[in-house]
Design a protein around this ligand. Structure first.
Ligand SMILES: [Zn+2]
Length: 574
């Protein structure tokens, strides 16, 4: 994809900012770092908003200049905001080439900050307190190294002396930070283990139950649960395939619970700046084959819950939708891998709802008889159209010759060729007339404009015009001039061009014809749908309307077409 101009400009600005940073332009400035752990919700120090305001106030008080720049995806106006999960804390280490040990990076922005501070791009960084900067021994070592290298690390809530007792103070805070972070993630995993052992639903309950933010109580969804029960019952009967069940459920109006689409990268970046996530509207979707398979195999619907070691227990959070017997029967059927044994609706016939009775407007309905498709109309009482039925071949053949007739014949093309020069001459005459008349009108408007300009002061002084009124007059005259110019430009688009386009369309249709005659009736239906907007029979005459764009070709025919495809009523083909 070609980046548009704005994006290009943005990238250029961005690159020049980074070039400035690298050149040392901001080496006497500070960056603020705020971090929020998404699992530690009750801690005020964890709020991005709180950290932003405290750190900014501190910088102002201490007269520490904050870098007045932004780098997309990293910091905004000198402030870094980072959100991450404590629970997913990754302690993985990989041993790379030589003697390097690599930690997998949990806080990419923090490590980028460290890198830039280490390069001397900024004088220092401001954190609310030590636990916002360091989360483990590794982070602590990094910060300590930066300080030793002369980087100015500041903590808004604590000041550490640059003495040994200051260092001790820092050590102690670091220990607490580490401990706190460990406790948070420990607490979460312990709670989950314990709740599971108690038979509580620690995960999101599946479709058919309601998730109300409470793991001890997952009530049944009054709309979806009854349909799920029926799905199990039908499937356990044995004659339904999964696809049958999916179709049936969709017809019952069954939908999956509302889900939000994935947030875009821009939305995620925006989220880092705030304490709350931006809301994306949730939508309900119809179930897929896989959804149905998942439902029919999930023991949750028997009132079971997965324990810590993978086996299922009786749940204390929710009640069964199906009995164990029905569930087990359904599992047996699944093993048989049923082929579809029933069609809820037969595969539709082509050209359904496309052809009407011209008189009473009822549609001809396709039906199958002895292996052939026929169309029949149940016309309204008193309808004078006695052409009540025809077969598929009649309609496809009629349409084929009708489509053929939409294209120009050789004679017509020759005709167009010879008449086009005279047409152009006529048009050019019209065009010259238009330009002349426009010139007169333009002259008048220009004179009015000149008058207005010359007498502006007088008009104002005498109160004949207010300044607003003068502006209004001026605008409307300029608009008039513009519309004259537009007219002239429009008439510049030549007749020749228009004709060329219609001929091109005619050629395209001609190219389609061989495909039409070879393809199956469903594909024929698709082609017909592209060209026609209405088809109806009055007697054996097929009336039609084409879609926009084909009308210049349609206008040559008279909106109806006789079916018996013989030489009568047809024009000669090349
Ligand atoms: Zn009728």
């Amino acid at each position: 994809m070609e980046p548009n101009q704005t994006q290009k400009n943005m990238t250029e600005i961005e690159n020049s900012i980074i070039a400035d940073i690298v050149s040392g332009k901001y080496k006497n400035f500070y960056l603020i770092y705020d971090r929020k752990s998404t699992d530690d919700t009750n801690n005020q120090k964890n709020s991005i908003k709180y950290q932003k305001s405290e750190n900014t106030r501190f910088a102002f008080r201490e007269k520490l200049p904050i870098a007045p720049i932004s780098v997309e995806g990293f910091f905004k106006e000198g402030i870094i905001s980072e959100r991450h999960s404590a629970f997913k804390e990754n302690s993985e280490m990989t041993f790379g080439n030589g003697d390097k040990v690599q930690y997998s990076v949990e806080r990419p922005k923090f490590y980028k900050l460290v890198e830039w501070l280490n390069n001397g791009y900024f004088k220092g960084a401001i954190f609310l307190c030590q636990d916002r900067a360091t989360r483990n021994k590794g982070d602590e070592t990094i910060i300590r190294k930066l300080i030793n290298a002369g980087v100015d690390i500041r903590y808004t809530l604590t000041t550490y002396d640059k003495t040994s007792s200051g260092e001790l103070h820092m050590d102690i805070d670091g220990m607490f930070a580490k401990h706190y972070s460990r406790v948070t993630s420990e607490k979460i995993s312990l709670t989950i283990r314990k709740s599971r052992a108690d038979g509580l639903c620690t995960h999101k309950a599946p479709v058919g139950y309601l998730n109300q933010g409470n793991m001890t109580f997952k009530p049944q969804d009054p709309e979806r649960a009854p349909i799920i029960l029926k799905m199990f019952k039908k499937y356990a009967e044995g004659s339904w395939s999964l696809a049958d069940i999916a179709r049936w459920a969709i017809e019952e109006g069954f939908t999956m619970p509302p889900v939000r689409r994935r947030r875009t990268e821009a939305e995620m970046l925006e989220d880092e700046e705030n304490d709350e996530s931006t809301q994306v509207e949730a939508v309900c979707r119809p179930p897929t084959y896989n959804n149905i398979h998942k439902i029919l195999t999930n023991p949750f619907y028997m009132g079971k819950i997965p324990g810590n070691d993978g086996q299922y227990f009786d749940s204390t959070s929710h009640e069964a939708i199906v009995t164990e017997e029905i569930f087990n029967n359904a599992q047996l059927e699944l093993k048989k891998n049923n082929k579809s044994a029933r069609y809820i609706k037969p595969l539709d016939h082509p050209f359904r709802n496309m052809i009407r009775c011209a008189e009473c407007k009822r549609t001809y309905t396709p039906y199958l008889k002895k292996g052939h498709i026929y169309f029949g109309s149940r016309c309204a009482r008193g309808c004078n159209n006695h052409f009540r039925s025809f077969n598929l071949t009649l309609i496809t053949r009629t349409l084929e010759s009708l489509i053929g007739n939409l294209t120009f014949t050789k004679e017509e093309l020759d005709d167009i060729d010879s008449s086009i020069s005279t047409e152009i001459a006529t048009l050019d005459k019209k065009r010259i007339d238009l330009i002349e008349s426009n010139e007169r009108k333009k002259k008048k408007v220009r004179e009015d404009l000149a008058y207005l300009n010359a007498n502006r002061l007088t008009l104002l002084r005498t109160g004949a015009y207010t300044p607003e009124k003068i502006k209004e007059e001026e605008d409307s005259m300029n608009l008039a001039l513009k519309s004259f110019r537009d007219q002239e430009e429009a008439s510049d688009i030549s007749m020749a061009q228009t004709v060329k386009e219609v001929i091109k369309l005619s050629e395209l249709i001609k190219d389609t014809l061989p495909h039409y005659s070879l393809c199956n009736s469903y594909e024929k239906e698709q082609i017909v749908k592209i060209i026609f907007s209405e088809l109806s029979f009055s007697g054996k005459t097929l009336n039609f309307k084409t879609k926009n764009g084909f009308q210049s070709l349609e206008n040559r025919l008279k909106n109806h077409f006789v079916t018996n495809c013989g030489p009568t009523g047809n024009r000669t083909r090349p």
